[in-house]
Design a protein. Structure first.
Length: 418
């Protein structure tokens, strides 16, 4: 009898403790329209079916999914993130590639050149976080290209310097922490970024165990976010927009075009050997010769363009930052130079299948992801593909902001919203 009483008291205390810990996370009851824009770098929409990530598929089922999202050309990381953020094509916002060369001042922009990434001069147009801040709504960024830079003299109220290896869990928890702030300090638009799927796609190709594992990993990170929102009783209210910047195409270096076999690389002042979108800055008076030589030998697996002569559908080629000559291979092919090719041959890595992007934005391999879930979005809806320039207007509409001039048109995506 005595023992039983002790047990009852113990169980009672245990129940009290459990209830208290569950209640330790206060609900957020005064949430205003809020957008979380999450980018999963290099996530091809086919991965939803191939790798069956449970959380993403649940969000896609319950909310809106596009058959695919059409990236901007070139299908590279910085140009496309900044297109999603501004609604402008890369030609117009100025981040025309991950690597840029400004001949006038001799400055080189690259993802790891912090001083340039943070230099406002490269970044044109008005990204969503600047639109929000300028209209007195706070923005927060746990990474997104451009959020580390003063644009129109404005940065998100909360932002972080990019750190590739910072665990995604910490990013998620920090975002939840920002939402816990009192209403006056709470951000209305939050950007997030996970690189894992792109990393794996490059290293091991889209069809690989590594890519499957990365897809399931970011899915678990999104579950952590959704569980956090649920504990705060806002998982149906927050508008979560999950996008990717581009897809991924498999290639082997054995099939690469060894470009400097075709012309004298010394005739160029600078060449960005990035694999896909290859920019050549000829020395004075050498442009015609380089163009002719490459054109004469280039196989059908690539095209060479003068800056102003890209196909019209790319909506690309008027920005003066673009190199005078650009070689663009077809998906499945990369561009390299003799030195790198020979090194790979010696190492025996020519037949390793890897992944790349930067190609024709209409190619099926370059398709991107769009899933949206939350109060403003319709439910159980699959929509036809649309371009990523449309996302800026969707966000300003949800947030009640007046949009800056941009290349999107709300009427093309209005049907996604309630
Ligand atoms: P890409 O070369 O187009 O495949 O670019 C992908 C890489 O961009 C990722 O591996 C990230 O490390 C890098 N990245 C993404 N966001 C940022 C950022 N804000 N600053 C610097 N690098 C970034
Ligand atoms: Zn990317
Ligand atoms: Zn990439």
């Amino acid at each position: 009898m005595k023992v039983n009483l002790a047990r009852i008291v113990f169980l009672f205390l245990l129940v009290c403790f459990v209830l208290r810990s569950a209640a330790a996370q206060p609900a957020i009851r005064d949430l205003e329209p809020t957008v979380i824009l999450l980018s999963l770098d290099g996530f091809h929409p086919d991965y939803l079916n191939e790798y069956q990530p449970p959380t993403l598929n649940r969000l896609a089922r319950k909310g809106v999914r596009a058959e695919w999202l059409i990236p901007a050309f070139p299908s590279k990381t910085f140009p496309n993130h900044y297109t999603v953020a501004t609604g402008l094509y890369p030609d117009r916002h100025g981040i025309i590639e991950n690597n840029m060369y400004d001949r006038e001042i001799g400055a080189v922009f690259g993802l790891s050149v912090r001083e340039q990434v943070e230099n406002p001069r490269w970044w044109g147009g008005e990204p969503i976080w600047v639109t929000a801040e300028r209209q007195n709504k706070r923005a927060a960024a746990f990474f997104f290209p451009g959020t580390e830079t003063l644009i129109n003299n404005t940065r998100p109220t909360y932002w972080k310097t990019y750190q590739h290896d910072l665990p995604n869990e910490q990013r998620v928890d920090a975002v939840l922490g920002w939402l816990d702030l009192p209403k006056a300090q709470r951000p209305r638009v939050v950007t997030m970024y996970f690189s894992d799927v792109d990393d794996a796609g490059h290293a091991a190709s889209p069809r690989s165990e590594a890519t499957r594992a990365a897809v399931l990993k970011v899915d678990a990170n999104i579950k952590r976010l959704m569980d956090g929102l649920k504990r705060r009783k806002i998982e149906r209210k927050v508008n979560l927009i999950v996008v990717s910047d581009h897809g991924m195409a498999p290639y082997r270096l054995r099939d690469a075009i060894v470009l400097d076999d075709f012309f004298a690389a010394d005739d160029a002042e600078r060449i960005f050997w990035v694999g896909e979108f290859t920019q050549i800055f000829p020395k004075a008076g050498k442009e015609e010769e380089i163009y002719r030589r490459i054109k004469a030998k280039l196989p059908a697996t690539a095209d060479i363009y003068r800056r102003g002569e890209f196909p019209a559908r790319y909506k690309f080629g008027s920005n003066s930052r673009i190199a005078p000559l650009v070689v663009v291979p077809k998906p499945g092919t990369v561009i390299t130079n003799r030195k790198r090719f020979n090194e790979a041959q010696q190492k025996g890595t020519l037949d390793v299948v890897r992944g790349g992007h930067g190609y024709d934005n209409a190619d099926p391999t370059m398709r991107a992801l769009f899933i949206a879930h939350g109060k403003a979005f319709k439910k159980n809806l699959v929509v036809k593909p649309f371009e990523n320039v449309e996302i800026y207007n969707l966000m300003t509409r949800i947030l009640g902001l007046s949009p800056a001039p941009n290349d999107g048109d709300l009427s093309r995506v209005r049907h996604l919203l309630k």
